[in-house]
Design a protein around this ligand. Structure first.
Ligand code: GRF
Length: 214
């Protein structure tokens, strides 16, 4: 018997095309690509887009042979013309024709017009148990509040920051000696599995997001 990789045996399962958007390290991107290449995620990363040319994840993607694109927000004026940036990003995404747009540490807020171009087709991962702690510094905020558990959420992107319907969550116990960094590291390790599983679930739901509000 061959090992059970968890991948679909069913040849009818269509592999999803994912466009992954990053701004930095790209460890979630790497987990998604690893699962795709191992056959445990029925999807391909068709492109990586970064708003930061210096993002470490972008260099990694290039080296690994994935098509990469930079749309540098700093080239859209000072202050940044958000609508113009969103239009450029939207045009690139439309050209790529992904089934799903996967935000993985993408540090720009997508405006309503861009979100409306891809209804229910943009996912994000956020390092908190949403609706707790939308925004930044989630680990420090969880510790400051004395929370005994923290975690991460995968949610559908809507124009509200970290506010769209949650489709998957993982809980991580807080330890008494945790610092924001130690907690972040433990949550991040869980994020990788959570995101891959949520994407696999999406593919196996006929490329529809499994939530009532989306
Ligand atoms: C992750 O913690 C993710 O939840 C948040 O940004 C971080 C990105 O990390 N949105 P990485 O770039 O995937 O390593």
């Amino acid at each position: 018997m061959p090992p059970d990789t968890g991948a679909a045996d069913d040849a009818a399962v269509q592999r999803a095309r994912l466009a992954v958007l990053i701004s930095g390290r790209g460890s979630n991107l790497q987990a998604i690509v690893a699962a795709s290449r191992a056959g445990t995620l029925d999807a391909e990363v068709c492109a990586v887009i970064s708003n930061r040319p210096e993002a470490a994840g972008l260099a990694w993607a290039r080296q690994t042979g994935i098509d990469t694109y930079v749309i540098d927000h700093r080239r859209f004026g000072e202050p940044v013309d958000r609508d113009a940036f969103d239009r450029a990003l939207g045009a690139r995404l439309e050209a790529l024709q992904p089934d799903l747009i996967v935000l993985a540490g993408f540090m720009r807020i997508l405006g309503p017009a861009l979100v409306a171009r891809f209804p229910g087709r943009i996912l994000n991962i956020h390092p908190s148990l949403l609706p707790r702690y939308p925004g930044l510094d989630t680990h420090a905020r969880a510790l400051a509040a004395g929370d005994t558990e923290h975690g991460a959420s995968v949610h559908v992107v809507t124009p509200e920051l970290d506010g769209g319907p949650v489709i998957a969550q993982v809980r991580v116990p807080v330890q008494t000696d945790d610092t924001p960094a130690s907690l972040a590291a433990r949550v991040l390790a869980q994020e990788h599995t959570l995101y891959v599983n949520a994407l696999q679930q999406y593919v196996h739901s006929g490329m529809r997001l499994d939530c009532q509000e989306c």
